[in-house]
Design a protein around this ligand. Sequence first.
Ligand code: DOR
Ligand code: ZN
Length: 437
Amino acid sequence: MPKLLLKNGTVIDPKSKKNDVLDILIDGCKIKAIGKNIKDKNSQIISAKGKIITPGLVDVHVHFREPGFEYKETIKTGSYAAAAGGFTTVVMEPNTSPPLDTPPRIARALEIAKNTGIINIYTKACISKGLRGNRITDVKTLVNSGAVAISDDGNPVAGKKLMHNALIESKKANSLVSPHCEESKFYRNKKKLASKEKKQSHYFTGTARFADKPYCSEADFIKRDIELAKKTSAKLHISHVSLAESVELIANAKNNGVNITAEAAPHHLLLTEKDEEKIGTNAKVNPPLRTQKDVDAVREGLINGTIDIIASDHAPHTIREKALIWEKAPFGLIGLETTLALVLTHLVKPGLLTMSQAIKKMSVLPAKIFRLKAGSLALGSKADIIIIDPKKKWTISSSKFYSKGRNCPFDEWEVQGKAVMTIVKGKIVMKDDEIIV
Ligand code: DOR
Ligand code: ZN
C-alpha cells in the first residue's frame, strides 16, 4: 500500500482539539505523522487545500438487510453507501432474516462484512430469540461472538421483565442495550391477540396509548427503561429519539446519574408530520415524523448534549414496497448518503453546531458509546479519515446512490458539503463519488 500524504487540510479532530491547517502522513493502515510541512518522498500526495480533514464518521444504526433481504440492501452495497457518505465505521441492526440471535449468525454476518464490506462493520445482536419479544437471547455468548450491543430494533421490548433481564445480562457482558422505543405493527398485533385471548398482559404494563394511529408510546417505553436502567445501573442507549417528552425524560435521567445515552436521526431533526403528505411513503418511518415542537426539542437536546449523537437509521426498502399505499408500505428511509450534508447544511451552517461538535456527534461519541476503535486522529491509530469539501453544493438525488434503497425523503434538496474522499485503514475507498475497491 502506498503511503498517503494529505496536504494542507483544515484538520478538525474533536478529541485532540486540533483545528489547524496541517498535513497528515498515512503509512500502511496507520496515522504516522500530523503536522506542518511534512515531507515524504515516497508517498502519494493528496491536496486537501480548502478542505476539512476529520476522523471517519461512525453510524451506530444501519440496516444492511443481509441475510434474508438482499434485494433491499446487502452488506456490500450498504458499505458502499457508507463510504460514499463519509462513514468509515457502522453498526448493523440485527433484524435480518434469520435475525442475528445466535453466535453462528453473528459470526456469519461479520464474516460477510469482512469479505464484502469496504469499511469497518460491527453488528448488534437481538435481545429476544427470533425478535419475537418472548425469550431472551444468550447475551453473553452473542457479545463474545462480536456483537457490540443488543437491540430488537424495529420492535419495542414489550415485556418489562424481558427488558429488565436484557439490562442485567448486558451489564454482565459489559455491553449495552439500545432499545427501539416505539410501537410497531408486530407489537400491536401481539397486543391485540393478547387482549383477545384475555390473557393477563405480560406485555408492557405502562400507560401506553393504543390508539390505532399514530404510534405514540415512545416516551412511555423510555420512562420504563430509565427506571429499569436506574435499578440495574446497566448501560442504556436510546435509539432514534423523536419526541419532546422523550428529550425531557432523558435530560432528567442524566441529571439523576442514570447510565444513559441517546441518538437522533436527521429526519427527526429536519422533517415534521406535515411533510408526510408531500413526500409520501418515503417519509413513513418508525418512530414516525412528529410535530414542529418535537423537532425543536430534539434539536435543542442535540445541541445541549441531552442527545449525544446522530445516527441515520439507514433502512432501505425497494421502490415497489414503497409504492404501496401508506398503510401497507414498510417503515423506514435511507440516510447514509445524506446525513453529513444535511447536518452541515442545516445544523453547522446556521451555527447551531460547530463543525467540531458535529464531528464529535457523528464520530467520536458514537465510537465511545459503543466502544469501537474509531473516531480518532491520534498518532498510531487506524487511518480512518475523510476529507470534506465544505463548499461543495449539490442536489440530493437518490437515483445516484450506492445504496439499493431509493426511499430517501430528501430528494431534490439543495445541500452544501460532502465527503470527497474516504480512507479506511489507510486505503482510499471513495474519491469524488467513485468507490475504489
Ligand atoms: O422505520 C423503521 N424501519 N424503523 C425501524 O425501527 C426499523 C426499520 C426497518 O428495519 O426497516
Ligand atoms: Zn432502526
